[in-house]
Design a protein around this ligand. Structure first.
Ligand SMILES: [Zn+2]
Length: 220
């Protein structure tokens, strides 16, 4: 998922985003008292190799439609993938990135919804279930669909289960921006994009906009 920029056209979205960040810092609750350690555990331990930025696939690239396979063992190769994904996400000023977006079709996601990139979260083989039926719309962006934002209704609260960078299982309850981000990134692993929730007309407009962008990039 992508951070909103302070552009005039998305001023309202920007306000909304900041509001959610404030709410989010208060509403993110971890399922047990070891919660604060969970975030620390996912930070780099100094044992990682040099990180690399990776190219991000852009809509309507068909490879974004691939369903990712589960990770069987969280080994050094997976940890390197995680580190490269974090580097790529931070460089692109994103708050979430799924391996699908860098053309690696394994069930790995990285996120950081903090204001200062201080809370990297690693989700390997993530699963979530809604807590309650309530949904709320929130403006979303995506690193695979640059400079486009649209409101998507998602479950307000979810319970996440995943493995961390060390292969340790964890569980957390999230709402606000983090809950949205979990659902958005999980969709990527299933080959689903947030524009799939829009009307065909709107999706078509995004498609044309992206094709124009790619043509400009190729001509440059
Ligand atoms: Zn995305």
């Amino acid at each position: 998922m992508k951070r909103f920029k302070g552009l005039h056209g998305v001023a309202r979205a920007q306000d909304r985003y900041q509001h959610d960040i404030v709410v989010n810092s208060k509403v993110v609750r971890l399922a047990d008292t070891g919660g604060s350690q969970l975030i620390l555990k996912t930070q780099h331990n100094g044992d990682c190799n040099a990180m690399a930025k990776l190219p991000i696939l852009e809509f309507p690239d068909e490879r974004l439609r691939t369903k990712a396979v589960p990770v069987e063992t969280v080994d050094d190769e997976v940890r390197q993938l995680v580190d490269d994904m974090l580097e790529t996400m931070y460089d692109a000023r994103g708050i979430g990135l799924a391996a699908t977006q860098i053309d690696v079709h394994r069930r790995v996601v990285v996120m950081d919804v903090s204001d200062d990139n201080s809370q990297p979260l690693v989700l390997i083989n993530p699963r979530y279930e809604p807590i309650g039926d309530a949904k709320e719309p929130l403006s979303e962006g995506c690193l695979s669909i640059p400079e486009y934002y649209a409101e998507v209704p998602r479950y307000l609260k979810v319970k996440l289960n995943a493995l961390d960078r060390n292969g340790e299982p964890y569980e957390l309850e999230a709402d606000g921006l983090l809950a949205h981000c979990i659902q958005h990134e999980y969709d990527h692993l299933e080959g689903v994009l947030f524009v799939d929730y829009l009307s065909p007309l709107k999706r078509d407009r995004v498609m044309k906009k992206m094709q124009k962008r790619h043509k400009l990039m190729n001509d440059a």
